[in-house]
Ligand binder design. Structure first.
Ligand code: AMP
Length: 421
């Protein structure tokens, strides 16, 4: 018979395991704790949506929609897409569930996303995000609260050192239109030197040229007009309220007037948390720089057929946050339960159950050569060992606690296990 070939994993997917999984889980658990402190309610969203949810809201000219979506026709002939981001799906849910009655709503989610990108360190085709959104709040205080949440999350993960909040405003519709016109004029003057992608963007969405990573675009982008000369007084005032709020909350930030977000629906505040050049954080991240990004997307709900509804949100890559964590200390004691004779098996199970009920992690060593079980346990991470063997009397199991008697763990083990001694 021909040898069966084991199928390969899909390019850009990961099997997250061991230390990496601990980091991943720590990021999610910290997010879940901090989001409660800020009053965000968790939501579980479908992993796929009708393609129109993303095509309409993200803008047909964004890279995600034009090149990166995993879209397919299902057996019923409907065009579906694996979610490339959370925001559009959450806004769809807001509309189809009639959540307007609960507005403003503070929602959070986490889970896998899918983009057909060129995989490299920190960039995958299936990756995972944390996501936080406030829907139905048009005031700058919502932007401030979200940014404080992001800042506290990074602090509590211990990764804020060498990471800076870069902040910009994209203004309101009027400011944006005026800025757009100035950008079109500037880029048209340099059209011949622009990359092919940016020539297309010039016709469809010139703001996206500011986002271009193409080397020949960078110099032209560096001289491009900033939004400042085009901001309406309302838009300037809004931005001032955001920055004053951040200062009041002790969140440090830096203005980056070239920062635009990839998606078309952003208005006013746009931000990214980025490792500083040359910092240890930047080194760990490789060429992928953005840890957490977001902004205000007042135009999105309308693009999905809803009433004009202001909203603001952010998303962060779980893998990228995980890469920056120092060793994750799970802070849970582990004890090895070693079964040296099968007569003692039931008693060992009883002990393991009792210990776990008392918040102590247990690894049971009951297989392989009985002589080697104890050796394996001593080589493990366990801080205490409890052995179960045949006793001097036939049919009786004997338990022995082996832990450093000068440490509180020994006392704890004796106390918990006294019941079955
Ligand atoms: P975006 O939704 O593109 O604004 O991305 C928000 C965050 O998700 C980024 O700052 C990254 O941390 C993370 N992210 C985006 N794309 C990827 C990817 N392909 N692989 C891993 N993380 C990603």
């Amino acid at each position: 018979m021909a040898k069966v070939q084991t199928p390969k994993p899909v390019r850009g997917t990961q099997d997250i395991f061991g230390e990496e999984q601990e980091r991943f889980q720590h990021v999610v658990e910290t997010f879940e704790r901090v989001r409660r402190l800020y009053g965000f309610k968790g939501v579980q969203m479908p992993v796929f949506e009708p393609t129109a949810v993303f095509a309409r809201s993200l803008g047909e000219t964004t890279d995600v929609v034009s090149k990166e979506m995993y879209s397919f026709e299902d057996r019923g002939g409907d065009s579906l897409t694996l979610r490339p981001e959370f925001t559009a799906g959450i806004c769809r849910a807001f509309l189809t569930n009639g959540w307007q009655q609960h507005a403003p709503m503070k929602l959070s989610a986490h889970g896998p996303l899918f983009r057909y990108e060129r995989p490299q360190k920190g960039r995958y085709r299936q990756f995972h995000q944390l996501d936080a959104e406030i829907i139905g709040a048009g005031e700058a205080a919502a932007d401030v609260e979200l940014l404080c949440f992001a800042d506290q999350l990074l602090n509590e993960l211990g990764i804020s050192e060498g990471v800076t909040l870069q902040l910009n405003t994209l203004g309101d519709a009027e400011s944006r239109d005026a800025w757009r016109a100035a950008l079109v004029e500037h880029f048209s003057d340099h059209e011949a030197e622009l990359s092919e992608d940016s020539k297309t963007r010039l016709a469809k969405n010139p703001l996206r040229i500011l986002d271009s990573k193409a080397p020949n675009d960078r110099a032209i982008v560096a001289d491009a007009p900033t939004i400042d000369a085009h901001l309406t007084s309302e838009a300037s005032e809004f931005f001032a309220e955001v920055t004053e709020g951040l200062d009041a909350c002790g969140v440090s930030w830096k203005r980056d007037s070239g920062l635009v977000r990839g998606f078309d629906y952003y208005r006013h505040t746009a931000f990214e948390f980025i490792p500083d050049a040359g910092s240890a954080a930047a080194e760990k991240m490789g060429s992928q720089s953005t840890l957490l990004g977001g902004g205000r997307f007042d135009g999105l709900i309308e693009a999905l057929g809803g009433q004009p509804t202001p909203a603001v949100g952010w998303a962060a890559g779980i893998e990228r946050l995980g890469m920056l964590l120092e060793n994750v200390d799970r802070n849970i004691e582990t004890v090895a339960v070693v079964v040296e004779h099968k007569i003692a098996m039931a008693k060992a199970f009883e002990a393991a159950k009792l210990l776990r009920l008392n918040n102590i992690a247990v690894d049971i060593y009951a297989s392989g050569s009985p002589r080697k079980r104890f050796d394996r346990a001593t080589k493990s991470q366990a801080t205490g060992i409890v052995t179960f063997d045949r006793g001097p009397t036939e049919g009786i199991a004997q338990m022995r606690v082996r832990a450093d008697e000068s440490q509180p763990l020994a006392k704890k083990l004796h106390k918990i296990l006294a019941e079955i001694e």
